[in-house]
Design a protein around this ligand. Structure first.
Ligand SMILES: Cc1cc2nc3c(=O)[nH]c(=O)nc-3n(C[C@H](O)[C@H](O)[C@H](O)COP(=O)(O)O)c2cc1C
Length: 103
């Protein structure tokens, strides 16, 4: 991550063994002091998201502005557009506000 001044960084990790996937753990440890504002997104077969989000928050030492947990069923069996659009709306608003403040 070259630019420390991104308005928002969305971190996305798969759930592994009910835990945060180790590559994301390593990335957060390496980059956390450069993350200004964050949102979390995770994918999983069935479960583990809340615990993964807790780990990410602890590692980042920051509260995410939004989280989105996507299971396999979300993708294949029902329309998940509402939770996806809610998540994206929060992210978009956060970035717009930031840019309004800068101008
Ligand atoms: C080693 C490993 C462990 C996994 N453990 C879990 C788990 O504990 N709970 C779960 O719901 N899904 C689990 N999964 C499924 C992944 O979370 C899922 O396949 C992944 O989020 C899909 O993203 P990807 O296409 O980027 O891998 C696991 C997958 C792997 C490879």
């Amino acid at each position: 991550m070259n630019n420390p001044q991104y308005d928002l960084v969305i971190l996305d990790a798969p759930v592994w063994m009910m835990r945060l996937a180790s590559p994301m753990r390593a990335l957060i440890n390496q980059e956390k002091y450069r993350l200004k504002r964050i949102a979390f997104f995770c994918t999983e077969s069935t479960s583990g998201g809340p615990s993964v989000f807790r780990s990410m928050e602890e590692l980042c030492e920051k509260t995410p502005i939004a989280t989105l947990e996507i299971t396999q069923a979300d993708i294949t069996h029902f329309d998940d557009s509402k939770k996806l659009s809610d998540f994206l709306n929060i992210c978009q608003k956060a970035v717009s506000k930031e840019n309004d403040g800068a101008s």
